[in-house]
Design a protein around this ligand. Structure first.
Ligand code: NDP
Ligand code: ZN
Length: 355
């Protein structure tokens, strides 16, 4: 079968691979709608997780079940399914401790396009199908559904980890698809004032629709100072980081109040390995003593998460189709869509490929 792959750091291309094999609790899915992710860009062109050879890319897919293993109960060939970007081993130790995304080591729930062939193939493998697939609800568009798999799950996690209370003031740093979902999540969790930081006009429009009350451009001066000015020097109760480079951590520390939470969604891309460091703001972080928590998270996956996020769409709480600015048709358009994600033109939030 054909797939679009990372050949090595900095290089992508089409490759031929064997169709994946289905274990007794697994499924093989044929994708019908795909989306590239900024994380694919970090992985390929920044070598963020190290070298990978001939690994099929992609982890955002909706599809049709092609084959199931003998022990799979709830899915059969022909079912239309949402496939989470993160497919944990639900019988593992990390799940019992409450961290399914981290099964089998740090970020181990993230298999597709990390250490296993991703979804940009004619077929792909799903481990533990009953736990890691969700039925596509009747009437839901594929474009909406594919936004659940990673963008909504990650963005909403950002809001969940930020400990937002009714009336909290929240800053969302970065308003690509992930940050925009962070805004929607912050609003649903009851935030009062929501600062959205970014410049792409197309994102700014959606940020307002999802609930942002103030728009800040990081190009108009120091972001933290702009937000401190706007809050009479007080700062914010919660920061959700969804964009920018390592220095964004300094901004976040500076604008966060004592007792706040800094919830990081970013995949910090470039680096050489274990000796890399990320900056914190010594003074802004109260010399390490300011009661400002930094919380990290990998996108939650699995069936229940997909079903719950789908309910947010079904019952009118969230319209993820606003994130989809570019639509392609045909398997061979995957490459173009991924390159668009790399280039980030000003009119782009998220491309999808319908197959
Ligand atoms: P985008 O590149 O589409 O968006 C990034 C946003 O950050 C843009 O709004 C951009 O502004 C803004 N930005 C850039 N520089 C700054 C700055 N200095 N200060 C404030 N904002 C800035 O990214 P995505 O939304 O697709 O993804 C966001 C991050 O989430 C990525 O690192 C991605 O890899 C990561 N990710 C993490 C996951 C997880 O499981 N934790 C899962 C999925 C993604 P502008 O409007 O000017 O372009
Ligand atoms: Zn992703």
């Amino acid at each position: 079968m054909k797939g679009f792959a990372m050949l090595k750091i900095g290089e992508t291309g089409w490759i031929e691979k064997d169709r994946p094999k289905c274990g007794p609790r697994d499924a093989i899915v044929r994708p019908t709608c795909l989306a590239p992710c900024t994380s694919d860009v970090h992985t390929v062109w920044e070598g963020a997780i190290g070298d990978r050879h001939n690994m099929i890319l992609g982890h955002e897919a909706v599809g049709i079940v092609d084959e199931v293993g003998t022990e799979v109960k709830d899915f059969k060939p022909g079912d239309r399914v949402i496939v989470p970007a993160i497919t944990p081993d639900w019988d593992s130790e990390a799940v019992q401790r409450g961290f399914p995304s981290q099964t089998g080591g740090a970020c181990g729930g993230w298999k597709y396009s990390n250490f296993k062939d991703g979804v940009f193939g004619e077929f792909f493998h799903v481990n533990l199908a009953d736990n890691n697939l969700a039925h596509l609800p009747e009437g839901m568009s594929q474009e909406a559904a594919v936004m659940i798999t990673d963008m909504m799950s990650t963005g909403f996690m950002g809001a969940e980890n930020a400990g937002i209370e009714l009336g909290s003031t929240v800053a969302v740093l970065g308003i690509g698809a992930v940050g925009l979902c962070g805004i929607a999540g912050a609003k649903l969790r009851g935030a009062g004032r929501i600062f959205a930081v970014g410049t792409r006009p197309v994102s700014v429009e959606v940020a307002k629709k999802y609930g942002a009350t103030d728009i800040i451009s990081y190009r108009d001066g120091d972001t933290a100072e702009q937000i401190l000015d706007a809050t009479d020097g007080e700062g914010v109760d919660a920061v959700i980081i969804s964009g920018g480079g390592p220095d964004i951590l300094i901004d976040a520390c500076k604008m966060a109040k004592a007792g706040s939470k800094i919830s990081n969604n970013n995949y910090f891309g470039k680096g050489e390995g274990e000796k890399d460091t990320l900056p914190l703001c010594r003074v802004g972080w109260g010399f390490g003593m300011a009661d400002k928590d930094i919380i990290t998270g990998l996108c939650p996956g699995g069936r229940v998460r997909m079903e719950r996020l789908a309910d947010l769409i079904t019952y009118g709480r969230m319209d993820p189709e606003l994130l989809v600015t570019h639509k392609f048709k045909g398997f061979d358009k995957i490459e173009e869509a991924l390159l668009l994600m790399k280039e980030k033109p000003r009119d782009l939030i998220k491309p999808v490929v319908l197959l």
